[in-house]
Design a protein around this ligand. Sequence first.
Ligand code: SAH
Length: 352
Amino acid sequence: MTPLAQQLIARIGRTGPITLGDYMAECLLHPDYGYYATRDPLGVKGDFITAPEISQMFGELIGLSLAQSWLDQGAPTKIALAELGPGRGTLMADILRATKSVPGFHAALTVHFVEASPVLRKAQARAVPNAVWHDDVTTLPDLPLWLVANEFFDALPIRQFVREGTGWRERMVGVSDDTLTFGLSAAAPLAMLEHRLADTKDGDLIEHCPALPGVMQHISHKIADHGGTALIIDYGDWQSLGDTLQALSSHEKADPLAEPGTADLTAHVDFAEIASNAAPAKFSRLTPQGVFLERLGITQRAQKLATRLQGTALETHVKAHRRLTHPAEMGDLFKVISIYPVSATPPPGLEP
Ligand code: SAH
């Protein structure tokens, strides 16, 4: 049993079952035993691999899209270039390298990272030495904001609810025979889920991310007030339906309750929730990652890089291109949406 499992079992014994959201928050962010607090989970040797770690092309194209959007909004001379959950800092390093030659862009920007993990903050400082770190979005400066978040929202804790009549039973984590188990609370109507009565039926399970509205509203207001753009990339779809909680350990699926604190826990992102918190800014059409990257010219970029490569390096490069864009790999599962001011157009690669 992990130390965190012991703590949780004792807590549940004292005060009763906890929501899945509380369970996920403890597993991911507990200061001593939390998954992100204690390790660098990324890369081939870690538990999962993300788009920026697969190929430099991902960050390069995102950098050029953000810089073009900055030019389209009149190239303001003092901006925040922010990233939520920057992992090892690879995406931002690639963005900065690709935008070096955009006149005035680097002189205008300061990099801001929102990061909870002390371990990953160290890695980020090695990749991008001059960044400013934040615990959450509320301390981002009052400046035009160009922001990127790749696989950040999927790491935020979710709660799950099963519909019964016009009420909902919440999926709770309890204890039976000294092990953590799932159970369901009694059914009750919930004002925050009222809008889901229209598109669900008895027995359907839906997910709700309690932190998402606050994070999104903060970003949307900044962008509406000062200008800028947010590019949000993650796996998921429009309106969550069904259980998407997933535990991953050493690239293998695991039981989310088995060893709390040692596996990555994620859930699909409900992009409709992101869109519904975009006001007073606007949101672009939800677009598959493969389509987004193709529109930005990933194939031309891949061909150009390929001319310098041979042997296994070339093979890895060709595989990386396919992995990022092919519908059977990340191309369809991952989606992109942007938030932008009412007076502006979406960044290149996305449509209104
Ligand atoms: N964007 C990176 C890493 C994705 S992993 C990439 O694409 O490679 C998720 C990232 O979000 C990690 O950096 C993790 O430490 C961070 N994170 C998770 N939950 C967080 C929270 N509640 N607040 C701030 N950062 C968080």
